[in-house]
Design a binder for this molecule. Structure first.
Ligand code: GAR
Length: 219
């Protein structure tokens, strides 16, 4: 049985698109039941509608506080029968109550090798720190921002002449590889959380090599 997934977005939704493409494979263990945005103008909503998916807008500006906004999001997800939540460029902090309600069933993608560089401006911060590698992480969501057991990571090199723009492009293509992989692990019941580590169980039906293979420098 495929697991029903809700994707939360705030913007262009390129990671959402990667998940939609993966879920189009009949063998993929998840179906996208709902795409929800807190911004009515999020570009990703059009892409989701084009793919024939159910969409919803819960505009945070219409709610007096975080708790009432989160309650409205939660209600929409449950109405749609969602079992797993994927945050894909969802730029709102979630309340501890909401996060705990989806414990080990909500995952996020972040453009750094966590626990390095939580928060914003990750690409510039990695360049400024003189890092030779950067990357991205998919992790279970915990109440504290950008923390939680790590499911998948990919590393990419930082070139001497990289800018925030060129590095974020390289990392984004790695994000599009590992997010579908991480969701396949979770939806396929191949993950167990032990302490605060996500352990991969069993024989893998998926290829994990994308996590460590650095893509070619372009140009
Ligand atoms: C992605 O790079 C994602 O990792 C990042 O926002 C971008 C959304 O792009 N998320 C965060 O920074 C969350 N802390 P997308 O809308 O094209 O997927």
């Amino acid at each position: 049985m495929k697991r029903k997934v809700g994707i939360l977005i705030s913007g262009r939704g390129s990671n959402m698109s990667a998940l939609i493409e993966a879920a189009a494979d009949p063998d993929y263990p998840a179906d996208i039941a709902l795409v929800l945005s807190n911004r009515p103008d999020a570009g990703g909503l059009d892409r989701a509608r084009e793919a024939g998916l159910q969409t919803a807008v819960v505009d945070h500006k219409a709610y007096p506080d975080r708790a009432s906004f989160d309650a409205a999001v939660d209600a929409r997800l449950r109405e749609a029968g969602v079992e797993i939540v994927c945050l894909a460029g969802f730029m709102r902090l979630l309340t501890p109550g909401f996060v705990e309600g989806w414990r080990n069933r909500m995952i996020n993608i972040h453009p750094s090798l966590l626990p390095l560089f939580p928060g914003l401006h990750t690409h510039q911060r990695a360049i400024d720190a003189g890092m030779r590698l950067a990357g991205c992480t998919v992790h279970f969501v915990r109440p504290e921002m950008d923390t939680g057991p790590i499911i998948a990571q990919a590393a990419v090199p930082i070139a001497p002449n990289d800018t925030e723009e060129t590095l974020s492009k390289r990392i984004l293509s790695a994000e599009h590889r590992i997010y579908p992989l991480a969701l396949a692990l979770l939806a396929g019941n191949l993950l167990r959380v032990e302490g605060e580590r996500a352990v991969i169980d069993g024989a893998l039906p998926v290829d994990l090599s994308g996590m460590v293979a650095a893509p070619e420098f372009e140009g």
